[in-house]
Design a protein around this ligand. Structure first.
Ligand code: SF4
Length: 364
């Protein structure tokens, strides 16, 4: 198949649904890892076409949702220019409405801060080159998918000798989060659809020991309706046959070793560290931080940060949603006190958030 329409062909989708129905003899719970997959599953009504025995739960694959409140607070402090230097704070659009302890980036912008939406870290670097008298900071959120572009911006900044550019790093790695979910005694996940985009960069070697250790099938899966249906079918086949392997549904984009130059760039610029995830706590080896050789570009080192985060009580159960323990409409605030216009939690803010997907495509 070469064109997008072919991955949305209704007749092929019907045949795949029938194949899933024939293959399913018992109840199974499968988690799709990526928020983009969640949106398409709900948007195209794929979950409603599946046999009742199959339950889909939604995973932690929304970078905006998992960025912890402390880093949002650091972003707010840097953006507000509290340490006296004029700052241009650059971020992807979704991050502007994610709540910190007391406010969000949109509020800081309304108070006069120069907060700009960019589409790439290289856009932020360009701003730094054009305005050498100002500190330009890029808020580097995202999984392994976006880390190579951040690494490239830092690498270029070093090459160009740019002194007024830095990044606030909140990049996270997916495999340790899957292990955290599987280690929980409350976990009901029996199989994963792994995120195709992340695997495009990283490949899937890292998933093989996880599948073996926890006896879970992991199917690297794309984003179109037929990708998702085929990924579910491959996962169900493994579950029914008692296999727990890593299989690649998304072979048109993903190789086992991933994108080797992109991996090497990540490796060169970042080191692996523990990282706190919103709703999931601190996960060993789940974060990326600039290596000491690139520390001059680390905003946490460049700015003196003093704010102490105080995450107050919240009725948001986003952490449980991100672990597949609850689904969005099971949250008492869903669609009432929490809407995209007035979000209580990040999963309702983000374009990839599970709560936003349910609200947008399927309000109960
Ligand atoms: S509906 Fe709102 S309050 Fe409930 S889990 Fe989702 S983001 Fe949090």
């Amino acid at each position: 198949m070469k064109f997008l329409e072919e991955y949305r062909d209704p007749e092929a989708a019907r045949r795949m649904v029938q194949a899933i129905r024939r293959a399913t003899t018992r109840p199974w719970t499968i988690m799709e890892v990526c928020g983009g997959q969640t949106h398409n599953l709900i948007r195209f009504g794929i979950d409603e076409l599946l046999p009742e025995a199959i339950t889909l739960v939604h995973g932690p694959g929304c970078p905006v949702c998992v960025t912890p409140v402390e880093i949002i607070d650091e972003a707010l402090e840097i953006a507000s220019g509290k340490d006296g230097r004029p700052v241009v704070f650059c971020s992807f659009g979704d991050m502007l409405r994610v709540p910190g302890s007391r406010k969000d980036l949109l509020a800081v912008r309304a108070e006069g801060a120069d907060v700009r939406v960019v589409y790439s870290p290289l856009d932020a670097l360009r701003l730094a080159v054009e305005a050498p008298e100002r500190e330009v900071v890029f808020f580097a959120v995202g999984f392994e998918t976006t880390a190579p572009a951040t690494a490239m911006a830092v690498f270029r900044a070093r090459e160009l000798g740019v002194r007024n550019f830095s990044i606030l790093v909140a990049h996270v790695r997916v495999p340790p989060a899957l292990e955290t979910i599987l280690s929980s005694p409350r976990s009901r996940v029996q199989g994963f659809l792994a995120a195709g985009h992340v695997c495009t960069v990283m490949g899937y070697e890292e998933y093989e020991p996880i599948a073996e250790r926890y006896r879970v099938p992991i199917v690297v899966t794309g984003f179109e309706p037929l990708d998702l249906l085929q990924g579910i079918y491959m996962c169900v086949r493994q579950l029914e046959e008692g296999r727990a392997e890593v299989e690649n549904q998304y072979a048109r984009a993903v190789r086992r070793e991933g994108n080797v130059p992109a991996r090497q760039l990540i490796e060169k610029v970042f080191e692996v560290v523990p990282r706190r995830w919103r709703g999931l706590g601190t996960i060993a080896d789940s974060g990326l931080r600039l290596r000491p050789a690139y520390r001059e570009f680390d905003a946490e080192h460049r700015f003196s940060l003093s704010y102490v985060s105080e995450e107050g009580p919240s009725e948001c159960i986003g952490g449980l949603v991100l672990q597949g323990l609850n689904r969005p409409h099971e949250c008492p605030a869903f669609g009432k006190r929490c809407t995209p216009e007035h979000p209580l939690g990040a999963p309702m803010v983000s374009a990839e958030g599970a709560c936003a997907a349910y609200y947008r495509y399927r309000r109960p």
